[in-house]
Design a protein around this ligand. Sequence first.
Ligand SMILES: NC(=O)C1=CN([C@@H]2O[C@H](COP(=O)(O)OP(=O)(O)OC[C@H]3O[C@@H](n4cnc5c(N)ncnc54)[C@H](OP(=O)(O)O)[C@@H]3O)[C@@H](O)[C@H]2O)C=CC1
Ligand SMILES: O=C(O)C1=N[C@H](C(=O)O)C[C@H](O)C1
Length: 266
Amino acid sequence: MKIGIVGCAGRMGRMLVVETSKTSGCEIGGGTDLPGGAFVGKDVALIAGLEEAGIAIGDDPKALFNEVDAVIDFTAPAATMKHAELAAETGTVLVIGTTGLSADQKEGLKKAAEKTAIVFAPNMSVGVNLAFALVEKVAAILDKDTADIEIVEMHHKHKVDAPSGTALGLGEAAARGRGVALEDVAVRSRDGHTGAREDGAIGFATLRGGDVVGDHTVIFACDGERIEITHKASSREVFAKGAVRAAKWAYGKEAGLYSMQDILGL
Ligand SMILES: NC(=O)C1=CN([C@@H]2O[C@H](COP(=O)(O)OP(=O)(O)OC[C@H]3O[C@@H](n4cnc5c(N)ncnc54)[C@H](OP(=O)(O)O)[C@@H]3O)[C@@H](O)[C@H]2O)C=CC1
Ligand SMILES: O=C(O)C1=N[C@H](C(=O)O)C[C@H](O)C1
């Protein structure tokens, strides 16, 4: 199958070009950068450190969607929404890793997924998706009178959204386990005279610096003991592998909004 990578010059974009090229049954069908972007016209494989493929990076996503069987999108929320519209219009499979989408934007994805198969996941690694399942289970066992849930994440200094999509996903898993809505209990930051912690709150703390690929810890703090579930990504390859796997899985599936949990059978 032919896979297109939108935002192919980004940190994840380049990794996705490499992963697609080395996955059996997959080939690079093209890539895009922003119109006027520095990489438009350059070879999609060459900028990812591979041998030249003879495919120039374009700036017209519609042409790409018409050319390929699936598109992988790790870009930015506004761009992702345009790509979702194009996927719906052309019936192309779309795999979305972009984080930081608003609630309205997530609703927009549901609408687009009425027309084509879309996989949307804040983290494509097997380990994090397993952590989602573990966190839900632990949160269901340790009620709000037994454990305080805090989620700590650290990422590289270039990351633009906070808390990370994965941290919010872990929060949602914990809230699901507790049978509550995350938006009702989330405390996304603390500063100043905050007062004592509310029972049942799910707290978030965000750290940024250096080249950290992605660290997440969910802490269940009880009286006299603490359980911590930690995931540390040491390479972006795990996300790229998951995304290409998702594209292969979704190809030929009926329209719908899918998650990595569907793909991994968790
Ligand atoms: N789900 C997962 O497993 C993971 C998700 N992510 C998420 O993926 C996203 C990207 O991360 P990362 O690769 O580090 O970020 P980068 O900024 O390195 O890459 C994003 C790329 O998309 C480009 N871009 C933006 N808008 C458009 C557009 N309209 N058309 C084409 N290209 C566009 C950017 O171009 P320019 O630089 O010119 O703006 C940039 O090259 C983030 O939301 C991040 O949180 C990251 C890792 C794993
Ligand atoms: O921006 C990143 O780099 C990452 N973003 C995702 C997120 O927001 O959770 C996934 C991963 O942790 C890397």
